[in-house]
Design a protein around this ligand. Structure first.
Ligand SMILES: Nc1ncnc2c1ncn2[C@@H]1O[C@H](COP(=O)(O)OP(=O)(O)OP(=O)(O)O)[C@@H](O)[C@H]1O
Ligand SMILES: [Mg+2]
Length: 396
């Protein structure tokens, strides 16, 4: 097991595509780090550079304290699990799991002839490891089958077993669950996390599914267009996104973004969005933060509001709603999700999305009053799209 460090990694392919742009990333020993981002953002390239399957153009790759830029893949002690399982079709499940170990640790025919006792002992210990890992992953009853006789989920577990049995320093997993149906995906996700808790092997897990990232990662690193956007705990990424990209990428339905203007008149601070005005006179800490933004000369901003921060005023409980953060809207559509409904609202210039408990009966076409939880709003710079509100992130 080892920590990982990528320092200023760049990768340009022959076709001039800059797939990885100045990436810095540190993964702690035993950590489960999830790398997430849209298709083509460079996730697989980062993984392949770590595994040694691809050279970087510049930068340094460390596994533990060792610089491995010039270390071939077989000597990096890294196990990779791919989306397509990559099982040997002509071998049994047992041989698929044991094959790599036998080649690497027991040696070939020559060893068998020259050192029969040593070879035999090694094969016995490999057998024990294969049996143990098969039990761990509940595939011990499938060991004599061929891959074509397995379901997708079973193939996935064989691929995992083959990686785990090596006891590598580092696991690299590239969208390993994307071929599975929704319920099997959920189940295997939980199994991978349980396994990680048991084995503690440092893991970099790639996905483009933000729910997988949020539920699995000790920390999440978000990439876009070859660059790291933010690396932090799931909670901090959700609560304090560093920029508009991260804010829009994490969270479902995505955050609402509205053009807004901050206005200061004497003691009154407001955020105005054409169709409605948010007044901050009762929210002192937010007011302080926003006055700092104004001092930096930023008055024309992007207001970010998560759908779960837009509430229905008629069903309001407690003391949230005041005349300062309410607005009228027409309900354009209601999409039931079960426990919650996604409500599409129109305020005139803007369309907003809200998620509201399905016990609140809201109908398409209705005009209703909604309110915004001011404590959970976000502001972004119009030019750089960086977050403007101070964040109190405690990084791990
Ligand atoms: N061998 C290659 N030669 C040229 N360009 C490549 C090569 N491999 C990847 N790319 C390009 O590099 C960029 C990053 O690709 P990469 O496979 O790392 O993305 P990804 O984030 O894994 O995407 P996905 O989610 O679709 O798997 C893409 O623009 C891709 O087209
Ligand atoms: Mg990929």
């Amino acid at each position: 097991m080892a920590s990982i460090s990528l320092s200023k990694i760049n990768k340009k392919y022959d076709n001039d595509v800059l797939a990885v742009n100045n990436v810095d990333l540190k993964i702690n020993n035993h950590e489960f780090m999830v790398l997430v981002g849209p298709s083509g953002c460079g996730k697989t390239s980062v993984l392949r550079i770590l595994a040694g399957l691809e050279d970087c153009c510049s930068g340094e790759v460390y596994i533990g304290n060792k610089l491995v830029n010039n270390t071939p893949p077989k000597d990096r002690d890294v196990a990779m699990v791919f989306q397509n399982y990559a099982l040997y079709p002509h071998m049994s499940v047992y041989d698929n799991i044991a094959f790599g170990l036998k080649v690497r640790e027991a040696g070939g025919l020559l060893q068998r002839v020259l050192h029969p006792k040593k070879y035999h002992d090694k094969i016995e210990s490999i057998d024990k490891r294969v049996q143990d890992v098969s039990k761990l992953l509940s595939i011990n009853h499938l060991l004599s089958r061929r891959p074509y006789q397995l379901s997708g989920g079973q193939k996935q577990r064989v691929a995992l077993a083959r990686a785990i049995v090596r006891k590598p320093k580092l696991f690299l997993m590239d969208e390993p669950l994307s071929n599975l149906d929704a319920s099997l995906r959920l189940q295997t996700r939980t199994e991978i996390i349980k396994l990680h808790r048991k084995l503690g092997i440092t893991t970099l897990y790639v996905t483009h599914d933000q729910i997988e990232a949020m539920t699995m990662g000790d920390r999440i690193v978000i990439m876009n267009q070859g660059e790291v956007q933010q690396c932090d705990t799931p909670e901090n990424i959700y609560r304090f996104p560093k920029n508009k990209f991260v804010a829009g990428f994490i969270g479902y339905p995505p955050m609402n973004f509205l053009d807004a203007t901050i206005e200061v008149k004497g003691k009154h601070v407001t955020i105005s969005c054409t169709d409605f005005v948010l007044s901050l006179h009762q929210n002192f800490s937010l007011k302080e933060k926003i006055l700092k933004v104004v001092k930096e000369g930023k008055t024309s901003v992007i207001l970010g509001i998560r759908p779960e921060s837009v509430h229905d005023n008629c069903a309001a409980l407690g003391s949230w709603p005041t005349e300062n953060n309410c607005f009228d809207a027409v309900v354009d559509a209601v999409e039931p999700l079960g426990a919650q409904n996604i409500i599409f609202l129109s305020t005139g210039k803007y369309q907003l999305v809200s998620t509201i408990d399905s016990s609140v009966k809201i109908k398409k076409g209705e005009s209703r009053n909604f309110y915004i939880n001011l404590d959970a709003i976000h502001l972004f710079d119009k030019e750089t799209e960086e977050s403007l509100l101070e964040t109190s992130i405690e990084t791990v």
